[in-house]
Structure formats: C-alpha cells, structure tokens
Design a protein around this ligand. Sequence first.
Ligand SMILES: Nc1ncnc2c1ncn2[C@@H]1O[C@H](COP(=O)(O)OP(=O)(O)OP(=O)(O)O)[C@@H](O)[C@H]1O
Length: 215
Amino acid sequence: MLEINHISKKYVKGKETYTALDNVSLKIESGDFIAVVGPSGSGKSTLLHTVGGLIRPDSGQVLFRGKSVYKMDSHEVNKYRRKNVGFVFQQFHLIPYLTVYENIKLTEIELENENGSIEATLEKCALLPLKNKYPSELSVGEKQRTAFVRAIISNPEILLADEPTGNLDPGNSQILMSLIKEFRENGGTVLLVSHEAETTNYANRIVTLRAGKLL
Ligand SMILES: Nc1ncnc2c1ncn2[C@@H]1O[C@H](COP(=O)(O)OP(=O)(O)OP(=O)(O)O)[C@@H](O)[C@H]1O
C-alpha cells in the first residue's frame, strides 16, 4: 500500500547539518502494524511526517498505491493527508478554543450516510458526555482519545502515531492502544513510533532506526 523508497532528509541549521534519514526504504502492506523504535534523534518523527506528506525528503520517494506523494500537486497532497492519513501526536495538538466535538468536526470530511458517526465514535471512546468540553477541561487520557477520534473519523487507511502514549499513565495507555488495535482489526494500517515495550507488543513488525538508517 505504501512504499518508502530510498528516502534521505537533512536539516541545515546555520553551519550545522543534521542527517535525519539516510537512504531509508520500507514497505507497508495494508493491515500492517509497524512499530518504529530507535534512540532519540534517530529520525523516527521525520520518517512518520515524511510518510504523512508533511516533510518533503531531499531524495527518494513515498509511493501511496503506486502514486508518488511528493510529485502530487498541492491539491492532491492535501487530499492524500485528509482522506488517507490520520495523525496522533504525543502532544495531542487539539485546538484550545474548540470543544471536543468541534475539534473532531473540523477534520471530518463529508461522507455519505455518516450522520451521527462522530457521536457513535465518541460513545465508543467514552467521550460522549464530554463532547461540549474544551481541551483545558479534559484529563490527558481524554485529550488523547479526542485526538484519536479526530485522526480516525474520516476512515483513513493509515494511522500515523508519534509516541501517542508518551504523556499517558499505564491505564490510559492501555485504553488508547486497545482503540488503535480495534482500528487495525477493522482494516486499518498503523505506523507507530514508540519507546515503550508495551506499545510495540501490538505490532506485527518492529523496525529500528539508528542515526537515520534503518537497521
Ligand atoms: N526542524 C529541524 N531543524 C533542524 N534539525 C532538526 C529538525 N527536526 C529534527 N532535526 C534533527 O534531525 C534528527 C532527527 O530528528 P527526529 O525528530 O526525526 O528524531 P526522533 O527519532 O523522532 O527523536 P525523538 O525520539 O527524540 O523524538 C535529530 O538530530 C534532530 O535534532
């Protein structure tokens, strides 16, 4: 479904150059749950963002169903991000002045016969009674579940999760991981960056990055 072919990415800051990805190739099949592990600064987040159409690599290609994401025009790449990819980040990135419901509604794309799908998904994630609350009024677990619902509400094919349990206690981590597992059981594909062994246990494949290289 997704092919990452020989991608490299360097960041240049003043006179310093940081090699984030060095000739990385990875094939992601539909239904995969791939965990990306590696030391801090090894390029994990850069890889995830590159797959999500957010960071253009210096060289190499990301192919989604055979189509090169970074050769798409801006309209197409926006569509790829909105329709095919869902993101969950360690820091939630909820909009502070929108309620739970509004944060989710903002990213939902119009789907046929989907009236009520936000409510149903909120219910499943134990968030329905909180739908009119603002992020500042939520616990961290509730914030991350809101971010998860936002990520999956438009039925993306792939969920990109960057340390999604990094700020959660063990109980909330387990709840979130069960939801991610269910997303996969319903046909989704997952690419997840994590340091935590309990999280990588859900994966069918674990890949390691070190200094931008896939081992
Ligand atoms: N915007 C940027 N400008 C300059 N250097 C950057 C930038 N973003 C990342 N880097 C550098 O690129 C390398 C890879 O960063 P990246 O965030 O992808 O690593 P990571 O494995 O996700 O790290 P962590 O586990 O600490 O989140 C690091 O050396 C980092 O300092």
